[in-house]
Design a protein. Structure first.
Length: 96
């Protein structure tokens, strides 16, 4: 009998946690997120309009651009460190 009441209590606690839109939100208008583009120009305006028009393409291009930028910055930092004498590829770990 204790297992039954424990399961019933856990179900009563989990339902509001799993269904917050139904339990807490009620009937409200959906939130619309847009980018303000009136004072933007060039690449910034294109990027903001892409955000407003096609969220999937914006997401894909953001992931691609961040990956490319991270790779370029990492390779550039490695090049600068190797030119300055910090060669991290052939270091020896000295743990005592």
């Amino acid at each position: 009998m204790i297992k039954f009441w424990a399961r019933a209590l856990s179900l009563a606690v989990m339902v509001p946690l799993l269904l917050p839109a139904v339990v807490l939100a009620g009937k409200k208008a959906p939130l619309v997120v847009v980018s303000h583009t009136t004072k933007l120009s060039g690449l910034n305006a294109w990027w903001a309009n892409l955000y407003n028009d096609d969220m999937v393409m914006f997401t894909v291009l953001t992931v691609v651009f961040i990956s490319v930028a991270g790779t370029l910055l990492g390779v550039g930092a490695d090049l600068i460190m190797s030119k300055s004498g910090l060669d991290l590829k052939s270091r020896e770990l000295k743990e005592h």
